[in-house]
Structures are given as C-alpha cells and as structure tokens.
Design a protein around this ligand. Structure first.
Ligand SMILES: Nc1nc2c([nH]c(=O)n2[C@H]2C[C@H](O)[C@@H](COP(=O)(O)OP(=O)(O)OP(=O)(O)O)O2)c(=O)[nH]1
Length: 203
C-alpha cells in the first residue's frame, strides 16, 4: 500500500502543473475543475453567452525531476512546496515557484482530488493537529502526497521563463502525450490522470 494512505489533515503542500498555455478558461472554471464539462448537458437559453473564440490547447507540461532527497532524486513532481504558517495556499505556490524556478505564473483551475482519494482540510478545535488559524485558506480537500502530506494542485502558465534551480535535477517541456512515460512520484500519478482527463474535456 502506498504510504500516501497515511495522509492526515494538516501539513499542506501546494504545487503547479505548468502548461505551455492554460486551456480555454470557459471550460476549466477554477472552482469546477473536477467537473467534466459536457456540451451536451450545458444549459442552453437565450441568456447563454456566445462561445469565446477557441484558443489553442496546451501541448506541453513543464516536468521537473527532484534533486533530493536521495530516495526521490530523479523522480518527477509538480513544482511547489510546503505552505508556511500565515500564508494562503496560492501565495505559498507563487513563492515556491519563484524560489525554485525563478518563474512567475498565471494560475488557472485547481485540480480537485477525486472523491476516493480526497483528504479533508484540517478542522478547528482542541483536538486538531493543526493550528487552522495559522494556515488561512486551507479549506479544501487535497490529494494525498508522499510522507503524510496533503497536496493542492493548480494549473498554471508561465510568465517569462523557468530556470533550473537547486531543487531539481532536470527541467524540461514534455509533450502531454509523453508525460506518462516519466518516473513520477507515485502520489502524483492520479493527479496526472486527472489533468489528462480535464484537458481532454477542454479541447
Ligand atoms: N513539491 C512537490 N512535493 C510533492 C509532490 N508529490 C508529493 O508527494 N510531494 C511530497 C514530497 C515531499 O514529501 C512533500 C513536499 O516537499 P518539498 O521538498 O517539495 O517541499 P519544500 O520545497 O517546501 O521543502 P524543502 O526542500 O524546502 O525542505 O510533498 C509534488 O508533485 N510536488
């Protein structure tokens, strides 16, 4: 059994699936990223706005292999890191991407965890393992990550270029139909699959 099964509320990691460009915003609303968009079931009425011009679909994902620790060196991950006390998840993600990749990003939809894997957010109260007041905005279920962490993941597109830093051994843009062949951290596989499904619907 994967050690991700031990994920507990608290201990939040945030990460980004950095695409060459974000998919059509109309089909990946940030708060409904896990809901498959179906033109067949979309409500139709006179008030339905005209479809936006279709923008090109994303083609590549920025793939980063970890440099450390030794047990994970060479395994691929979504760039990001741990949320620090006082930070909102998105602010932590922007900070981590600047620290690790010297990169600013435009954030897109959050990739919500599938119900069978979702780890709930910490709850306030005397028995809580986490000081919820110290982690503002950690109010959503997350994916189980390695070593007992929870992880929230957003789509992103770069503003400027990414630079290889000390956290990663390699950094490369990989066509979306090839990313599955890389050796990812085991916890990231279901997230990769959710992204693949989301992007298939956004085409
Ligand atoms: N960043 C990141 N961490 C992940 C992913 N998947 C996954 O299970 N993890 C786990 C590995 C680590 O146990 C934990 C985050 O560690 P980290 O090393 O990225 O965090 P950090 O940058 O803040 O840490 P540090 O190197 O400054 O100590 O989450 C992922 O896709 N990206």
């Amino acid at each position: 059994m994967l050690e991700t099964r031990r994920a507990r509320p608290g201990r939040l990691v945030v990460a980004a699936a950095v695409l060459d460009r974000l998919p059509n915003a109309a089909q990946t609303d940030a708060d409904h990223a896990s809901t498959a968009f179906s033109p067949a079931t979309a409500p139709q009425s006179a008030a339905t706005p005209a479809p936006r011009p279709t923008q090109a679909a994303p083609r590549t994902l920025l793939c980063a292999a970890r440099a450390y620790p030794a047990e994970h060196a060479g395994q691929y991950e979504f760039p990001g890191g741990k949320v620090e006390p006082g930070e909102t998840p998105k602010a932590a993600l922007v900070r981590e991407l600047e620290e690790e990749l010297s990169m600013r990003v435009r954030l897109g939809a959050e990739i919500l965890p599938s119900p069978d894997l979702a780890v709930p957010p910490p709850t306030a109260g005397p028995d809580s393992e986490t000081d919820t007041a110290a982690f503002p905005g950690d109010d959503r279920s997350a994916w189980p990550a390695m070593h007992g962490y929870r992880m929230r993941v957003w789509l992103a597109e770069p503003v400027g270029i990414a630079r290889l830093g000390a956290a990663h051994a390699t950094l490369s843009w990989v066509p979306l139909d090839k990313v599955g062949t890389l050796p990812w951290l085991p916890a990231d596989r279901p997230i990769l699959e959710a992204i693949r499904r989301l992007l298939a619907h956004a085409r």
